[in-house]
Design a protein around this ligand. Structure first.
Ligand code: ADP
Ligand code: MG
Length: 326
């Protein structure tokens, strides 16, 4: 059924089921002028928002509606993870042409709800407006972190180590594989279609003294530059140390691309890049999902990529040569 046949109110009614997963922090959910939630004592409140535009950030050809919603929620929850915080409440705004099929929209909301549920986040409200063009969806998330303890981009110090969570470049690999209409490479396609924000690792890193942190939404090169700039430091990264999935290695060989490109310039991994003091490294590097890739140095602000094999060092710009940017 088209949205114009169903109407806004019936549509909102149809999505309100199972939006509340954490009663303790919520007084009023969908249905009033505002939602009412409880802020915990001793916590700072975090708030972030992300928008996705059809044709730019997603397409119905490469993603199911459920995955589109799942990804949108991942993006916002990931921002909370990158502060070392806990996500709590979410609102979802939809700007949509009345000709859209309500099944597709409900699929998107189901994806949002599933991602929220996985992280104990309530969907407490939103907005719906008509538009004449492509679909635009926006999600805002409120989270909490112990007062004064949010991990900023600006805290990296000379001598700190630089690490990342899991593997990088899988989402970009997945997008490339899907665009080429290739079979298999399931882990990469999954990383693209169903990204998982790193909330638990974000908190783990905060509790273990992370000095700076950023989530990887625009590729490692860009995120490292953001930390270097905000912290006024130099970051040196070992190219060979960047963790990649074996599918990224296999696919890049087939495509005759340097696999590290997927990690450096491919976006939307929603992994974390962080810095920790020297004394924390030994303990954290035992963690199976953490890999150290570089060091913060007392040199002019910027990022360099070191290729030990070739004995080569290059300046890593936020947007260098890439297959993913113009
Ligand atoms: P208002 O006129 O106060 O803006 P609306 O009629 O737009 O209220 O929305 C009615 C209720 O439905 C509100 O509680 C609002 O938060 C919720 N809502 C509207 N759109 C969405 C959406 N896309 N997702 C979740 N909740 C929504
Ligand atoms: Mg409204």
């Amino acid at each position: 059924m088209k949205l114009k046949e169903m109407g806004e109110f019936a549509f909102i009614e149809s999505i309100t089921k199972e939006t509340i997963v954490d009663r303790e922090t919520l007084k009023v959910g969908i249905g009033d002028d505002c939602a009412v939630y409880v802020a915990s004592a001793g916590q700072d409140q975090l708030i972030t928002t992300d928008s996705m535009v059809e044709g730019i950030h997603f397409s119905f050809e490469l993603m199911r509606p459920f995955d589109i919603g799942f990804r949108l929620a991942a993006a916002s929850i990931s921002d909370i993870a990158a502060m070392g915080g806990i996500p709590r409440q979410a609102i979802l705004s939809i700007a949509v042409n009345k000709e859209y099929d309500t099944k597709d929209l409900q699929g998107i909301v189901d994806g949002v709800k599933a991602q929220c549920k996985a992280f104990n986040v309530n969907l407490v409200g939103g907005d719906m407006v008509g538009n004449t063009g492509v679909l635009v969806i926006t999600m805002t998330v409120v989270g909490e972190v112990e007062a004064g303890k949010a991990v900023l981009r600006s805290g990296a110090k000379s001598g700190d180590w630089v690490g990342v969570t899991n593997v990088l470049g899988s989402s970009a690999t997945g997008l490339d594989v899907l665009t080429a209409e290739q079979k298999e490479y399931y882990a990469s396609k999954d990383a693209y279609q169903r990204p998982v924000p790193q909330v638990a690792l974000g908190q783990h890193l905060r509790l273990h003294g992370a000095t700076a942190m950023n989530d990887i939404s625009d590729g490692l090169a860009s995120e490292l530059n953001e930390i270097a700039k905000a912290s006024h430091v130099h970051i040196s990264v070992d190219k060979q140390a960047i963790p990649l999935h074996k599918e990224t290695l296999a696919w890049s060989e087939l495509r005759a691309i340097d696999p590290v490109e997927f990690a450096l310039y491919g976006g939307e991994d929603f992994q974390l890049v962080f810095t920790v003091p020297d004394m924390m490294k030994e303990m954290l590097e035992k963690h199976p999902l953490l890999t150290f890739i570089g060091r913060v140095e007392d040199k002019p602000e910027g990022v360099t990529l070191v290729n030990e094999e070739l004995g080569e060092e290059i300046a890593l710009d936020a947007k260098g040569y890439s297959h993913f940017t113009e």
